[in-house]
Design a binder for this molecule. Structure first.
Ligand SMILES: Cc1ncc(COP(=O)(O)O)c(C=O)c1O
Length: 367
């Protein structure tokens, strides 16, 4: 069988970076489209566009696909047969890793934090299971800022267990793919976006910030291009300070620590976490439904719904935050999070203008 590894040709502007990966594996259908988005309640004067990183594939969708293209290439190049990763029960990253592993013939082991008493195969975890991932549940609710410290030793312990049982080594995929290898997903994505005209056609890029990995790739790429674009990352879990630390660490790791710091190249937007990571308010659910209904773009409750809501609110209450009026929102995927049962409860409770009726008359037609 031909190797799935494709040599990676970094864009010229990224040549000064260190840790440039040798290979990637193509997992998504790139280039993802950019089109105008009639996002409701955007103040007049602004134009919002959307980059469809929810569209690299049907189940392999979202920003994680780009990071995994480099991480799986690294694992395969180094000869690993097992990958281990972790996340909350509805993690989009673990779902993408499970599907990619099945496609590439690697064994996948997922450490999933599950706080509810029983496990139902809904949303992402259904796809984890369908992809044949080995699932190990942990039931504690970690403090978001200590999550990485708590979970990494557990992945190492699992790797030791697998080694003992099978003699095989495991490649550890970091939380949300946010390390120096995964970073290249959005370095490469930036080059794709340059070819789509972003440097000329937009003033600001807005993205969701979960681990900070996507934001780190984008702002480093934007800095290297000396572009006029401003990158805004809307925090949905942790706080601004920890994202700044993560991005500063990434800047140092790629060898730019003497030239620039996170503060110079990224705007982290706080204030849109709502009830906290993975929890929704009725207003956020209403927003997601309104966007689906009015634009046909389906956002997810954990990430993009909160970020797009934050975008509309910032454009309204804080327009000077933006460099100009041509805004590109990156849709980072997450649709399967909508199928965890919570949106279903919300839709049942809410009085909808669109009827769902049992229409007896239609039963009576004899066709
Ligand atoms: C759908 C979706 N959007 C955005 C993010 C945030 O991306 P990052 O972790 O790179 O900040 C994630 C995961 O964390 C995600 O699953």
């Amino acid at each position: 069988m031909a190797s799935v590894l494709t040599p990676f040709s970094p864009p010229d502007w990224s040549n000064r970076l260190s840790h440039i990966p040798k290979y990637f594996v193509r997992l998504g259908n790139m280039n993802t489209p950019i089109h105008e988005w009639r996002l409701p309640n955007v103040p007049s004067g602004f134009k919002v566009y959307i980059k469809r990183d929810d569209m690299p594939g049907s189940t392999l969708s979202g920003n994680k696909v780009r990071k995994l293209e480099f991480l799986f290439a690294d694992a395969i190049d180094k000869g690993f047969k097992n990958v281990i990763t972790c996340g909350f029960i509805q993690s989009n990253f673990t779902r993408s890793a499970a599907i990619a592993a099945a496609q590439l013939g690697l064994k996948c082991h997922l450490l999933l934090v599950n706080c509810s008493a029983n496990l139902t195969y809904e949303g992402n975890v259904l796809l984890d299971k369908m992809s044949g991932a080995n699932i190990y549940l942990i039931s504690y609710r970690p403090n978001p800022s200590k999550y990485g410290k708590n979970i990494t030793p557990r992945m190492e312990k699992l790797a030791a267990h697998i080694k003992k049982e099978t003699g095989e080594d495991s490649y550890l995929l970091p939380i949300a793919g946010a390390n120096v290898v995964g970073l290249y997903g959005y370095i490469a994505a930036f080059q794709e976006m340059i070819s789509q005209g972003i440097l000329e056609e937009f003033d600001d890029i807005v993205v969701t910030c979960g681990s900070g990995g996507t934001a780190a790739g984008l702002c480093i790429a934007n800095y290297l291009n000396q572009s006029k674009l401003r990158i805004h990352a809307i925090a949905i879990g942790d706080n601004k300070q920890s994202f700044m630390e993560h991005i500063n660490d990434s800047i140092k790791e790629v060898g730019l620590g003497d030239s620039v710091c996170a503060d110079d190249i990224i705007d982290i937007v706080d204030g849109y976490k709502g009830r906290g990571y993975g929890l929704s308010t009725p207003e956020e659910q209403e927003f997601i439904q309104s966007v689906s209904k009015n634009t046909g773009i389906i956002l997810d409750p954990c990430y993009t719904g909160k970020a797009a809501n934050g975008l509309v609110q910032e454009l309204t209450s804080n327009p000077d935050r933006f460099q100009g009026n041509r805004i590109l929102f990156i849709h980072t995927g997450g649709i399967f999070g909508l199928f965890d049962g919570k949106m279903d409860s919300y839709l049942r409770q809410r009085k909808h203008p669109e009827p769902v009726v049992l229409w007896k008359d239609l039963d009576d037609l004899s066709i």
